[in-house]
Write a protein that binds this ligand. Structure first.
Ligand SMILES: [Zn+2]
Length: 543
């Protein structure tokens, strides 16, 4: 009889649809981690030095999409975060750079500036006047809130305002970022009237002074950093007060001279994850009746990368320390949410180029590009031809921004102005292509770049002529460190690992794009895609 009952229930299970659950299955919590400026190859560059519970826990127990690319330019932080979380691109979502020029008025705008809101908790009243209102599309976090009739909670955390605000979306429960002047995590009246008590308590601990107390020395003996150059290279930047770039770094002096210098230490990531954990507990994320979403940007990898470049011990050590911080964070998720109950994806907003000095030292072609003299020359040529001065406002985000008001007022031939500009720029050293985006169909540019230019071009916010530099070249005014922003693989090949709830271990080398992340999350969560999403579901993840 017992055997009969067992067989009956097995049969019943089959009838109800091979294990179809009676309610929609979702993780308790989704954590989106964006490691700022993390190139995909760092997963393997530092692999042998990682512990088992950080990056390696994700790689061995999760699914890695090893060929994930950014499919637009410019590859900057704000654009990366808006695309990861919306599945959209600048042409549609409006986030055309960290800063851009409103083409119709000529007004420069920072991506999350919002004069209609006030700072909450900031030392300087202007620092927190931020919101997601310049983002024209919904995010996956917005869609989760809509899908659960607002029962889901969404919280964003980063040192950078833009990397907290854009991922958390328009309907966020809260977003927090670091105010340098006070050393506190702050917010804006877009989200709340005052900081919650728990955030004030966290801020009152003054964690920064404790984190930098002992300075920065390497985790391991210096001679074990085989993936990096010797300690003092000419292309490494300095902290305020330093005369040479060697360990140990005196962070207390640096912080006294410039509070912002804290960002360029690995401890910025430690602080971010500590605050994220505190927020997770305070909002009881993962404990409610609907799936919650925590977005975290680890920004210090970017600040350190900018200061030192890729081949520096400082950069290697920052990733080894982040690995430890992530391991601790994952353990805390196991403890509070439960193993297998949380879903994490880890990716990056962009990569970075090797420092120019490093490249040249090794006979690889690279150079710094400065747009200022080009802007002046171009304006002289255009003035001679059209009789109007300063038709080019400036070159920004590798795009030529024209003064549309002047062109309209003098009734000038805009197409002719752009044509002359393209012909001039195309002749300059270091420029592979200059293209009038409105006529890109006629341009002889490789197809992948063409698609990236079109995706990145927002007619109301981007300059009309796009400049593509030679590989290895980038806009730079400093002899040290590095940056990002171009189409090249070093800037656009990013990590993407999925781990946890219902994710089967594995990896794929199939080419996927940053825009596919939000589409895949929508499929995993059984919710609508964001309203500007152009990505596709990565089916390897949803099987
Ligand atoms: Zn970034």
């Amino acid at each position: 009889m017992r055997r009969f009952i067992a067989a009956f229930f097995i049969l019943l299970g089959t009838i109800t649809g091979s294990g179809q659950a009676t309610t929609i299955q979702r993780p308790k919590l989704v954590v989106g981690i964006v490691v700022d400026q993390m190139r995909w190859d760092y997963l393997y560059r530092y692999y042998d030095r990682f512990g088992n519970d950080g990056f390696k826990r994700l790689l061995s127990g999760g699914f890695s999409c090893d060929n994930t690319f950014i499919n637009y330019i410019p590859s900057y932080t704000a654009v990366g975060h808006s695309t990861i979380f919306s599945g959209s691109v600048p042409s549609l979502d409006g986030i055309a750079g960290n800063d851009w020029t409103e083409q119709l008025t000529g007004k420069r705008l920072y991506c999350t500036d919002d004069s209609t809101v006030q700072s909450v908790g900031a030392a300087n009243a202007t620092d927190g006047k931020m919101s997601p209102r310049n983002l024209w599309v919904s995010t996956i976090t917005d869609e989760l809130r809509l899908a659960t009739n607002f029962r889901s909670k969404v919280v964003g955390v980063s040192l950078k305002d833009r990397a907290s605000i854009l991922p958390a979306g328009h309907l966020a429960t809260a977003a927090f970022w670091l105010d340098d002047a006070s050393g506190h995590f702050i917010s804006s009246t877009y989200y709340m009237e005052q900081l919650p008590d728990w955030a004030n308590k966290f801020n009152d601990q003054n964690r920064i002074s404790k984190l930098i107390e002992k300075g920065w020395n390497t985790l391991y003996p210096l001679n074990t950093y085989k993936q990096s150059d010797p300690d003092a290279e000419a292309y490494e930047g300095l902290y305020p007060g330093e005369t040479s770039s060697v360990f140990p770094h005196d962070l207390k002096t640096a912080y006294t001279k410039s509070k912002a210098s804290f960002r360029s230490t690995p401890f910025g990531n430690t602080l971010t994850l500590e605050f994220a954990k505190t927020a997770l507990d305070a909002y009881q994320l993962g404990k409610g009746t609907a799936t919650d979403f925590l977005t975290i940007n680890c920004a210090s990898t970017d600040y350190v990368g900018h200061q030192y470049g890729i081949n520096a011990i400082e950069t290697e050590d920052t990733y080894l320390r982040l690995d430890k911080d992530l391991a601790a964070f994952f353990r805390s998720l196991d403890a509070t949410i439960g193993k297998g109950q949380w879903l994490v994806f880890l990716t990056a907003d962009h990569g970075a180029a090797h420092a120019i000095g490093f490249m040249q030292q090794h006979r690889l072609l690279a150079d710094a590009w400065n747009d200022k003299p080009l802007t002046d020359s171009l304006n002289r040529i255009l003035t001679a031809k059209f009789g109007t001065e300063k038709l080019v406002r400036y070159i920004m985000n590798y795009q030529v921004n024209f003064d549309l008001n002047k062109i309209a007022a003098a009734n000038l031939d805009y197409d002719a102005i752009k044509k002359i500009s393209v012909e001039f720029l195309q002749k300059q050293p270091g420029i592979s292509f200059a293209v009038d985006v409105a006529h890109i169909g006629e341009a002889a540019i490789p197809q992948p770049l063409k698609a990236m230019i079109i995706n990145g071009y927002n007619s109301k916010r981007s300059g009309a002529v796009q400049i593509i530099l030679n590989p290895g070249w980038f806009e730079s005014y400093s002899k040290t460190g590095t940056t990002h922003g171009t189409w090249n693989p070093y800037d656009t090949h990013i990590p993407l690992i999925w781990y946890g709830w219902k994710i089967k271990p594995g990896k794929s080398n199939r080419e996927v794009f940053m825009t596919d992340i939000a589409a895949t999350l929508a499929a995993l969560l059984h919710i609508q895609m964001p309203n500007g999403c152009i990505g596709h579901v990565i089916e390897e993840i949803t099987r």
